[in-house]
Design a protein around this ligand. Sequence first.
Ligand code: SF4
Length: 701
Amino acid sequence: ISDEKKPDKWVFSTCGYCGVGCGLYIGVKDGRAVYTKGNPKHFVNKGTLCPKGLSEHQLINSPERVTTPLIKKNGELVYASWEDSYKKVADEFKRIAKEHGEKAVGVISTGQLLTEEFYTLGKFVQLGLKTNNYDGNTTLCMSSAVMGYKQSLGSDGPVGSYEDFEKANTIILVGANISDNHPILKLHIAKNKNHPKIIVIDPRSSKTAQMADIFVPLKPRTDLALFNGLAYIIMEQGWEDEAYIKANTNGYKELKKHLQNYPPQEVVNITGIDVKTLYELARQFASGDSVLTAWTMGVNQSFMGTDTVSAIVNLHLLTAQIGKEGAGPFSITGQCNAMGTRESGFTSSLPGYRNFGDKAALKEYAAIVNVPVEIVPLERGYKYAEIIDAIDRGEIKALWVVATNPLVSFVNQEKLRKTLAKLDLLVVQDAFMSDTAEIADVVFAAATWGEKEGTYTNSERRCNRANKAVEPLGNTKSDFDIIVDFSKYFHGVHELLFNHWKKPLDAFNEFKEITRGQLCDYSGMTYELMEEHGGIQWPCNEDRPLGTKRLYSSDIPFRTPDKKANLICADWFPMAEPICSEFPLILNTGRTVEQWHTRTKTRSIEILDNLAPEAWVDVNPKDARKLEVKSGDRISLSSARGRVEGVVVRVTNSVASGNVFVPFHFNTQLVNALTNESFCPKSGEPNFKQTAIQLHSKKVP
Ligand code: SF4
């Protein structure tokens, strides 16, 4: 860096994009963020960053930023004061609550906020606005992992550490293209001195599959049958760990009976994977000293997502591959603070992983925060897709969308747009002018990463500090300040919930007390300790002052009433939307390393946009020949719900014949115009990964 450009200071922080949670420094010159560099001492990334992390400072000064609150007048969003914006929204929320009940207000948040902000938002929405129709965009990516862990182990919470990638003898990656989506995780695999066997299970030969010793290209959405089949073989061969099962699990007999429906030949027929490979995979679980299975959206984004997660956990329980170094069923999270919302956010659980429906937990929470127990919701309200349905039915009249962009990320876009038009009020709180913000009635202008402070929790339960490097742009405010200030427009709410709260640390301190004694125990953490150690993994308390590397070792029992894990009988079903003569191909969607989610943050970062400026469709050579298309041609895609025009073709063997792949980031080629409304009944997560479509090489009128 030349003297002229040299930052005046470097501010310790954490990347605000993905769940890997890389440590970094933000370089500040003359009050502007001008550089980002990796923190060489940080355990997670040892000074490295991916392209998004390296250019992250640029998002702060993006031309796409919303710099002041906006109110729609005569069909146009115009500049407004904070006071007018708050008043308009508060008046409308109050009117709707009076006329239709408090639950007629819905809220959809995100995995992008800081933990302190999630906690503050959830508390305000559930105890202040008194609506439990509150969920996050984390339901679009992580909720199957949450519910799978809960039904199998008694609690949410990824069990392992990145250190396990360095220690495992066998690493199984399922539906996880970490090369694009969690690139810095690969460093930990590279550090593994055991020369681990790497197995990649995925219908698509992604960049990650290129590093596999064994690549298992199963047919789309047959993963649950595969895992049941492996469990069958483990039992058939007597490879299970009887002593561990007896001491630590429930449901062995029932599972054994259930698995009779998944003998090898049946699983071959369902998955397309040969018998020899099935036995080899099962043998890995039984013979490896340490087996780590890591997965992401390929597993979670499924109408059988929760049960697929449990089928993976079954394999680890049967073979005692859990609670020890290098082993465990490890759900990798998507967003920078997907974990924070799971721990604190009032979405899938009450704060601190207390369960909805548990009256004692409810009472305990109310006592800690000093609120009447009657105002704490006993039950979870609608999940994301149920909120959308309730808007469609006219039951929810106002929606507050915080730092997420459903108008690119949710399924069946044409229907969604029509549904959102039915609202009396749409409020969007965001730092960027998203597609959803464009149709809002009011926009709350938020500060972004680097302009505010708090903590993020990464995939390995490591709580990291994210510091403020520069002042919020223009007339924006941190999400913490927006929520706390907004609460003053509701009689008595601010006094009850946020009395004396001045800064995120106040929320953090309350949250620490709420987690004391829980699995996600933060009680031993301080901001200073996090900075000193490059983050701390919960549980962290007096007994574990520097945190905990992995869950469910001998001194951390499972979180079920009898402290035994549940072996779950999970059934495989064929796809909800089978291919047909009209729509004969299966569309798979995913991401690319250069872009982030719906591109609100990355589309104006020149280097990233130059690297990946638009969507493309991967087509197998056989299908390309049939369609008479070649790489570089533009074609259209259609499904029973919509059509996407002008997508560039890449002819490649990375997808099998009959399958295509398109990244979902781009509003210019809106692939979620095609996807269907099929959801996991337990988690509410959409089945983004398989949609029956047709390709059109010529324009069809
Ligand atoms: Fe940020 Fe994830 Fe890239 Fe690390 S791997 S720099 S956390 S986006």
